[in-house]
Design a protein around this ligand. Structure first.
Ligand SMILES: Cc1cc2nc3c(=O)[nH]c(=O)nc-3n(C[C@H](O)[C@H](O)[C@H](O)COP(=O)(O)O)c2cc1C
Ligand code: SF4
Length: 381
């Protein structure tokens, strides 16, 4: 028994059926390597092969858009057509053989999507634009969702979840954080509706819960549903705050969601989530601990977790039940293997400079690169 990492190495069961061999997961990180039809490519297979062979217990495949009318990156993944599910199938089968389940993150970009890639206005609860995307996209237009838009989005998520199941996935993660559509309904900053989808906390959570219900019904409960839950916009009093999410967490537990992955910030405040500060790190832990105290299902998060020592400490202190890393594993795919083998000094450490995130909107970059990982070092431009 490895005593140094005894909490990290505890297995975790999700939904009573999915066994994870330890507590570390790869948090979703869109590397923008899909083809122009949104299909999974050999380059993506190569990327995730590195992540999975590095020893995480579960990997999230990021940002599969549920609708052709909601896109952000030209090379972003899609999951709204059968051919996209077919393209995923060999990879998911290989990952299962490796003993590492893959959760497909289902995404609707909402107001943080673009108009220039789809020709359609972006869907929003109340027409509040995203300042960041509106600066980058000269066509940017918003639409306030009516009842039929809401029904359409619920159907898009359910359809996409069925495609995930058909492609061999046992688990999906609903992206309900960071200012994207489901997260924007949760937040009083972007959701100013006066109908049954806005106003009270229960009303703001309604769309997310309707999506969970629709997925469970359409997949005959054959798919595990987890939620990446936005717990704080970092917008002060007018935004979402973790202390005002008790009803939502309880309702998600009751709706059969198997686990939560917490996240903070929206497009306008995401910079705070990228550059390391002790203050933000502490705030994140405080928020996640609070959500865990309200939840019966496992709660995890990603944010500034640089290796197994920190993961062990978070688990031992009861901050969370499972631990996500995205940039730390992007910077060194083999971090987990190396640290378990006592080779910590060989790890390429993330610098928390956020440059990988900058690549996503830098027209000179054809994908997301890293400052330290020799497998995909950022070219000098
Ligand atoms: C380049 C990059 C791409 C990301 N893509 C996604 C994504 O597709 N979906 C998502 O939910 N979060 C995404 N994130 C956020 C990460 O999941 C994570 O929450 C954030 O990076 C903080 O965790 P970390 O400190 O371990 O990197 C991305 C982050 C980065 C840096
Ligand atoms: S580009 Fe920078 S912030 Fe991103 S993973 Fe690499 S070292 Fe970390």
């Amino acid at each position: 028994m490895n005593l140094r990492y005894q909490h990290v190495l505890q297995p975790l069961e999700l939904a009573g059926t999915l066994q994870l061999r330890h507590r570390i997961f790869f948090a979703p990180m869109g590397v923008d390597l899909a083809d122009r039809g949104g299909c999974f490519t050999p380059a993506m297979f190569e990327f995730y092969r590195g992540i999975i062979e590095g020893g995480c217990a579960l990997a999230f495949l990021s940002n599969a858009t549920v609708s052709p009318h909601s896109r952000l990156q030209e090379a972003g993944l899609g999951l709204f057509e059968a051919r996209q599910a077919e393209a995923l199938r060999p990879f998911l089968a290989w990952a299962e053989e490796m003993g590492t389940p893959v959760g497909v993150q289902l995404q609707h970009y909402g107001g943080q999507g673009t108009t220039c890639l789809t020709g359609s206005p972006v869907l929003t609860p109340s027409g509040v634009p995203c300042p960041r995307v509106s600066r980058l996209d000269s066509d940017y237009r918003v639409r306030i969702m009516d009842e039929s838009d809401i029904a359409g989005v619920i159907d898009d998520f359910a359809n996409s979840a069925c495609l995930a199941r058909d492609s061999g996935s046992r688990l999906v993660q609903l992206q309900a954080s960071n200012g994207y559509l489901l997260g924007s309904f949760l937040s009083p900053h972007t959701n100013r509706r006066t109908d049954s989808y806005g106003g009270s906390e229960a009303n703001r959570a309604r769309l997310l819960l309707d999506v969970v219900d629709a997925i469970r019904q359409r997949t005959d409960d054959q798919l595990i549903v987890t939620v990446r839950l936005g717990i704080d916009d970092c917008l002060g009093d007018e935004g979402l705050h973790f202390s005002r999410l008790g009803e939502t967490v309880q309702a998600l537990n009751q709706a059969g969601v198997a686990a939560l992955e917490c996240s903070m910030c929206v497009g306008a405040t995401f910079g705070r989530f990228l550059g390391y500060s002790e203050e933000m790190d502490r705030y994140l832990q405080e928020g996640v601990r609070h959500i865990k105290s309200q939840s019966k299902v496992p709660v995890g998060y990603a944010g500034f977790i640089d290796g197994l020592d920190k993961a062990e400490s978070l688990l031992a202190r009861g901050i969370c039940d499972w631990v996500g890393m995205s940039r730390a594993l992007f910077a060194d795919n083999d971090l987990i293997r190396k640290e378990l083998a006592g080779r910590s000094s060989d790890v390429f450490r993330c610098r928390w400079d956020g440059k990988c995130f900058g690549d996503k909107s830098d027209p000179r970059m054809d994908r997301v690169y890293c400052c330290v990982n020799p497998k995909y070092l950022r070219p000098q431009v």
